[in-house]
Every structure is written in structure tokens, then in C-alpha cells.
Design a protein around this ligand. Structure first.
Ligand SMILES: CSC[C@@H](O)[C@@H](O)C(=O)COP(=O)(O)O
Length: 375
């Protein structure tokens, strides 16, 4: 496999340099693809201050754990460039969304670098994004090989059928993708593939974004409502489940988009292997148990109106004023992750290999404390 990540037709998070001469003050702006408008409109917005970036993350202009990490890093650069106190910039960005650890991880890389100049911070943000993209690519290879090597998944006379929840493609990662990155690589190696796409209520990341990306990549797919999962599995229509993660704790619990736990329970019940695909930047060993993860609760409008705007009597599914509970994520315990956790260093069933390959010295120590399913 070529080690260079192929270019994407679109970059959801990108720093755009201003024309003109270089200076020690980083010129340029952050450009985000407004994911709220997909699949029908491809609109880019530009950002020159950190508060607007924090708002864009909150409003899900950009979403997906690694992508909000990258956007947050560039937001931090903008804040420092604009002379705002670093602590204020850090806290404001950090508070934009609480569950995905990648945002905190990326912000800390910059905030803990000390009082360095904004142009040096910009280099760090670029390096961070490049590294995430490379890791996605490595993860795709590990995941695809693991699935092709999984004896339970050897099918000859029909497509290999994988189920995916939410969106974990290039849009969610600012690069190749995590779980969908594995799907992309799998499709290159084994084109006889069908992806069952969960629509992913309430924000419909599956229907709007995953179907859009799979369509661009030419990967066969079919959309279903989230409630169809048990039926699909009970009728033998799913060979494996692939999902991403927003935070993986020390006990290998996985926070991911609401509905993942339902998929995992069904998969375990019907003996369908479930793979979680996440870079090590999503592993948070400081959080010991899944129950300790802070789950973001979002606005009621998202549940009663698929476009998320304040519902009126015409746009609301439910009677106006209906009380709503809208947790954005749930937590799947390690016992239900029956395939493994795919990272850029290998599949977490094989802990020894993870240690050997861990790129960063500190990571090996962290992984030693990480209890991995099946290890
Ligand atoms: C590579 S993305 C992994 C997760 O971030 C993804 O599965 C997810 O839950 C995204 O949630 P979102 O609320 O759209 O940001």
C-alpha cells in the first residue's frame, strides 16, 4: 500500500494562506465546509477569530471528533494571532463540545507548547492535521486487513455487507476517514461490498453525509432508518459493523453517536462482529470508566425538526412544546466490541503489536494502562 494519503476532492477543514509575503504573524484564515448544508449545497465559510470557530463547532458546521480537533487547533491559532489571552482562547474552544476528546487533545498540544509565537503554533496545527490524516490511512489498512482476515467474514458468492452508523468519513476527520476510511480501503481490496447506512437521527449524518461520501467514492450502499437495525441483523443481512468513536476510556468503553449502543447490543445478540475504528488521539486513559464520560445534550429542536432550526407548528414533527431528551452520544462497553478497536498502530485485540508499533514513547505507557477487549 502506498504510504502517501491520496488527495481528497474536498477538505472540510483547511487553512487558506493569504496571498502576499510571509511574516512571523501567520496570515490567512480557516476555511470550513458547512456540513449542515450537505448534501445539497457545498458552501465554505471562512473564519478569522476563535469565538466564531467555537460557535461553528457548537453549531456543527464542522463535526466528527478528529475534524473538530483540527478546527479547534486552527481556532486557537486565530485567537493567539488576534492577541486574546491564551487561557481564554483555550477554554472557549474547549467548551464548544464536551464529548469528543480529540478537541481537548488538539487544543492541549498547542496550549501546552508554551508562549510560542502564532506562526509556530500554525506549524503545529498543520503538523497535527497531517499526522491525523496519515494515521487515518494507516488505520484503514489495519482495519481492512483485520476484516479480510476475520474467518467469520469470508463470503464468496455475495457482497460483504457492513453496517455503519453516523458519519466517519473524510468529512468527520479532515482526512481519509476512520470507520469509513476502513470501508474505503476494504472496497479497494474487495470491491464486492455493500454498506448498510443508518440514517442516524436526529442530525441525519448517515443519510446526509455518509451517503454523499459513499456516492462520491463509488461504494455501493443502501440507507435505512435506525430502527431497522435489529431486523437487518435478525434476517442475516449484516456481516460486520464498523463505527467510529468520540472517546475511548481506560476500560475500553466507547462513546460514539447516539444509537451506537443499540447497534452494538443487536450485533452482540445476533453474533455480528463490531469493530470500532479510532485514532489513538481518541483514547483518553485519564477517564477510567465509560460512565465517567460527559455526554453532550443538545437542543430539543434537533429532535422535532430534522434541520435543527427552532420548530414552529408547521415544521415540528411533535406538538409544539413537547418535552424532549436529546443526548448526542451513548457509551458502548468493551464487552460488546466483539471485533476489536482499530487504531493506526493495529487492532486492539493484539495489544503486544500496539506496543511495538506505538509511535510516541508516551503512548506505550498509556496503552499499558488501557485494558483492551480480548487482550
Ligand atoms: C471519525 S468520527 C467519530 C465520531 O466523531 C462520529 O462517529 C460521531 O459520533 C460524530 O458525531 P457528531 O455529533 O456528528 O460530531
Amino acid at each position: 500500500m502506498d504510504s502517501a494519503l491520496p488527495p481528497e476532492p474536498y477538505w472540510p477543514v483547511e487553512w487558506v494562506e493569504d496571498a502576499g509575503r510571509q511574516s512571523h504573524v501567520p496570515r490567512g484564515q480557516l476555511r470550513l465546509l458547512d456540513q449542515r448544508q450537505l448534501p445539497h449545497r457545498t458552501v465554505y465559510e471562512t473564519y478569522t477569530d476563535h469565538a466564531a470557530v467555537a460557535q461553528a463547532i457548537r453549531d456543527m458546521v464542522v463535526r466528527g471528533a478528529p475534524a473538530i480537533g483540527a478546527a479547534g487547533a486552527y481556532g486557537y491559532v486565530l485567537g493567539v494571532r488576534n492577541g486574546i489571552p491564551r487561557e481564554q482562547v483555550y477554554v472557549q474552544l474547549l467548551q464548544s463540545r464536551p464529548t469528543a476528546v480529540n478537541l481537548e487533545w488538539a487544543l492541549r498540544q498547542l496550549h501546552e507548547a508554551g508562549n510560542i509565537a502564532a506562526d509556530k503554533l500554525l506549524h503545529k496545527a498543520h503538523a497535527l492535521l497531517e499526522r491525523e490524516r496519515r494515521h487515518n490511512w494507516a488505520m484503514a489498512e489495519h482495519g481492512a486487513q483485520a476484516i479480510l482476515g476475520d474467518a467469520r467474514l469470508r463470503v464468496a458468492d455475495r457482497p460483504l455487507r457492513v453496517l455503519h452508523h453516523c458519519n466517519t468519513g473524510a468529512l468527520a476527520t479532515a482526512g481519509w476517514g476512520t470507520a469509513l476510511g476502513v470501508v474505503r480501503r476494504l472496497h479497494q481490496l474487495h470491491p464486492h461490498l455493500l454498506v448498510h447506512v443508518n440514517e442516524t437521527r436526529p442530525r441525519l449524518q448517515g443519510a446526509r453525509l455518509t451517503c454523499w461520501e459513499l456516492g462520491q467514492w463509488g461504494i455501493p450502499h443502501r440507507l435505512q432508518v435506525d430502527g431497522a437495525v435489529a431486523h437487518l441483523m435478525s434476517t442475516g443481512q449484516v456481516d460486520a459493523v464498523l463505527v467510529g468513536a468520540d472517546r475511548v476510556t481506560a476500560d475500553a468503553s466507547v462513546a460514539n453517536k447516539i444509537g451506537t449502543l443499540t447497534v452494538a447490543v443487536c450485533a452482540a445478540h445476533y453474533g455480528v462482529p463490531l469493530y470500532v475504528c479510532a485514532p489513538l488521539s481518541t483514547v483518553d486513559v485519564q477517564t477510567v470508566r465509560g460512565a465517567d464520560i460527559r455526554i453532550e445534550e443538545r437542543d430539543a429542536a434537533e429532535v422535532v425538526n430534522p434541520h435543527g432550526s427552532a420548530p414552529d407548528s408547521r415544521s415540528s414533527f411533535a406538538p409544539v412544546g413537547t418535552p424532549v431528551y436529546n443526548p448526542a452520544f451513548d457509551v458502548t462497553p468493551a464487552a460488546l466490541i466483539t471485533g476489536g478497536i482499530v487504531t493506526e498502530c493495529g487492532v486492539a485485540r493484539h495489544l503486544e503489536r500496539l506496543h511495538q508499533n506505538a509511535e510516541h514513547s508516551g503512548m506505550a505507557e498509556q496503552l499499558a494502562r488501557w485494558k483492551v477487549p480480548g487482550a
